[in-house]
Design a protein around this ligand. Structure first.
Ligand code: ASP
Length: 353
């Protein structure tokens, strides 16, 4: 399924980084015709990125034989990558995951939940242009992600011991990031949480914003995700049959309800009654705003008061990407209603305020 490649570097320290290439634009080069993109052979990485030589750490690459366009990523892939990190956790000081940009924010969010008591950097990155393109952004993204994954503080501890996304000069918390751009290089933003670091001439870390080290806890991974979830985005004119049909999906366990502004939704009886019935049947409804910035405050307007009364859970300032993956993680881990409701509404990995 994947092959492990040791990349020769002039390692001067005992720091070792594992890079996992899952797929996406970054790992592509043009074929001999110059017009078709084909997967890049990672054993040639040093030739493509000669700067790697000057990094003073050991580098190993795990490259999936069939690179995955990130539109095809599923929870099974997240569990596989989490298992790879678990298997190599003690051998390596940091991890870089090369991933397509399209669903990177979902994968980084899911990974942040699956890796429990993480105390090492896991940096996702990718690129808008293939590594083989003249104006590629792949080299800079890759080199800086590696540098961040290997960064240590004065006492030898990792500087960023959490799941992050590095892209075009910005280091963002993985479960706070969103893909916001499909053409320009600045593809990711984190509207509700400040950037963890900015890479210019130097990499300036905002250390007080980075999750603190959990060195005293034992790292483990979750081994299940429950995909019986759905996302329902509200829009003016949404029909009763659409809302009812969504909530009647066989086996549905959790719903991310994308509401307006600070968590507002139609106050009409059919809408509230349909949601109340679903909650009574054991479906967890998680209220997430369609706005990228700001937060859900149920009860602020009369159009959200009734949601709180019937048991809709506030997602505060969580992104949709983090909300849907958090639901999958929590539903895969817990069975008791009170526990699920409580876990959904508290920050687990800094994904909400
Ligand atoms: N379609 C690609 C993917 O997400 C786009 C990219 O890599 O940026 O896999």
């Amino acid at each position: 399924m994947y092959r492990t490649i040791s990349i020769p570097t002039d390692a001067q320290t005992d720091t070792a980084i594992l890079m996992i290439y899952t797929g996406g634009t970054l790992g592509m080069v043009y074929d001999h015709t110059g017009s078709h993109l084909i997967p890049f052979d990672f054993s040639q990485l040093r030739e493509r990125v000669p700067e790697l030589n000057r990094f003073g750490f050991e580098l190993t690459v795990i490259a999936f034989e069939k690179p995955i366009d990130s539109s095809n990523v599923t929870p099974e892939h997240w569990l596989t990558w989490a298992r790879i990190i678990e298997e190599h956790y003690h051998q390596y000081d940091g991890f870089v995951i090369l991933h397509g940009t399209d669903t990177m924010a979902y994968s980084a969010s899911a990974t942040s939940f699956l890796l429990e008591n993480l105390n090492k950097p896991v940096v996702f990155t990718g690129s808008q242009l293939p590594i083989g393109a003249v104006r590629t952004d792949a080299r800079e993204n890759l080199m800086t992600a590696l540098e961040i994954a290997s960064a240590r503080d004065e006492s030898g501890q990792p500087v960023v011991p959490e799941v992050s996304i590095y892209f075009h000069g910005l280091l963002l918390r993985g479960n706070r990031a969103k893909k916001v751009e499909s053409v320009h290089f600045d593809a990711f933003q984190s509207e509700n949480y400040p950037i963890l670091a900015e890479a210019g001439v130097t990499i300036d870390y905002n250390r007080s914003l980075i999750l603190s080290s959990l060195a005293d806890r034992t790292f483990s991974i979750a081994t299940q995700m429950d995909d019986r979830v759905a996302i329902l985005k509200l829009f003016p004119g949404i029909s009763q049959v659409m809302v009812e049909s969504t909530l009647q999906i066989p086996g549905l366990k959790g719903l991310v309800l994308e509401t307006y502004g600070s968590g507002n939704a139609p106050a009409t009886d059919w809408f509230i009654n349909t949601l109340a019935d679903a909650i009574q049947r054991g479906i967890f409804v998680f209220n997430v705003s369609q706005c990228n910035g700001g937060r859900v405050t149920q009860g602020r307007y009369s159009t959200s008061r009734r949601l709180a009364e019937i048991g809709v859970l506030s997602g505060s300032d969580i992104t949709t990407e983090a909300a849907v993956t958090k639901l999958m993680y929590i539903l895969g881990k817990y069975t008791l209603t009170d526990q699920i409701r409580q876990q959904l509404t508290i920050p687990l990995r800094g994904e909400m305020s």
